[in-house]
Design a protein around this ligand. Structure first.
Ligand code: HMG
Ligand code: MG
Length: 290
């Protein structure tokens, strides 16, 4: 990996499809992931092992993991909020699992039905078991800038839960601007506090693009030394428990910007267009959102 490399972490099959109103057929999810596997991506978040009562769109997580054609060199990741999710993910051979918390108490309650402190207690055995099983562990912090229920969130609670997730053994923590309210200024305020005590290479940016500011936030984060960004093919995405959350940063827009600035991504733009075109023509409901 050169100094000039930026990692693009594809979250479309999870963050994107979890938010679709209609259930996307499993075989279409698999076909999308298989196309993404051909693009040079090294990380694809394929699904999440969450309660199907909470997120029906992800109820086929095991079938998706079993059906994809694993490409060597690609890490296939899944969200695992608790031991039940972790055990199911491990059975399917997930390469990486993610625990996901929040800097906002209200969002924590709405999204995973517990307080922030309870979530960390719940994550501890998940983290331990994941690491013991030899899979890598990622963390997410939601609402790093703003919460759909509480408004602006201060950087300090974000720093505290980020550090707590790192202490549990996460190799990286992804900072979620869940409702896409970040600006260059608020992203800088956040990173001034975080990067003071946490190494930038332990952090990733996960910027939803509600107000079209995600690319500017990536620029700001690059200037603080972050070198990994989450994005979703077609700009899909949102969270069922975050009203107003629009799509994630579009993978193609992110890669276009990075390549224009001379960053290496290792990604094949033509193949990304093939994957995006598959979404547009095949995945019912998604086409309207693009
Ligand atoms: P709960 O209701 O408190 O859990 O939900 P529970 O332990 O009482 O279980 C309730 C039922 O769910 C039981 O079934 C469990 O077996 C089942 P029943 O006995 O009633 O038939 N269950 C499960 N089933 C399958 N897999 C599991 C699982 N766990 C329990 N893992 C829970 C707590 C965490 C499970 C629930 O709140 C949940 O699943 N939440 C997930 C919500 C979610 O997926 N949100 C979207 C992802 S986060 C996001 O998008 C933000 C991010 O992109 C970053 C950003 O943008 O900010 C990452
Ligand atoms: Mg998200």
């Amino acid at each position: 990996m050169t100094e000039n490399h930026v990692t693009v972490y594809e979250v479309g099959p999870r963050d994107g499809l979890q938010n679709e109103a209609g259930i996307v057929p499993t075989k279409q999810k698999i076909a999308l992931i298989d196309l993404l596997s051909e693009t040079g991506l090294r990380y694809i978040e394929a699904t999440s092992f969450v309660s199907p009562k909470w997120v029906p769109q992800m109820a086929d997580a095991a079938e998706v993991m079993a059906g994809i054609a694993r490409k060597s060199g690609v890490t296939y990741a899944a969200l695992t909020p608790n031991m039940k999710g972790l055990e199911a993910a491990l059975e399917t051979g997930a390469d990486e699992v993610a625990i996901f918390g929040s800097a906002s108490e209200s969002f924590s309650q709405k999204n995973i039905n517990c307080t922030i402190a309870e979530s960390l207690e719940r994550f501890a055995p998940v983290a331990k078991a994941a690491l013991a099983a030899g899979v890598s562990l990622r963390g997410y912090v939601s609402c790093v800038i703003a919460c759909p229920y509480e408004g602006t969130i201060a950087p300090e609670p974000v720093r505290d839960i980020t550090q707590a997730l790192l202490d549990l053994g996460c190799g990286q923590v992804s900072l979620g601007d869940t409702i896409g309210k970040g600006t260059s200024e608020s992203a800088a305020n956040l990173l001034d506090v975080l990067v003071g005590t946490i190494k930038a290479d332990l952090l990733a940016g996960h910027f939803h693009d509600t107000d079209g500011t995600a690319l500017a936030n990536v620029e700001t984060a690059l200037s603080y030394g972050l070198r990994c960004f989450d994005s979703a093919i077609g700009g899909l995405g949102g969270c069922p428990y975050a009203p107003g959350a629009k799509g994630n940063l579009s993978t193609i827009s992110l890669v276009e910007m990075l390549q224009a600035e001379g960053w290496e991504t290792g990604l094949d733009m033509d193949k990304l267009h093939v994957a995006e075109a598959y979404l547009q023509t095949n995945i019912a409901g998604v086409a309207d959102a693009l």
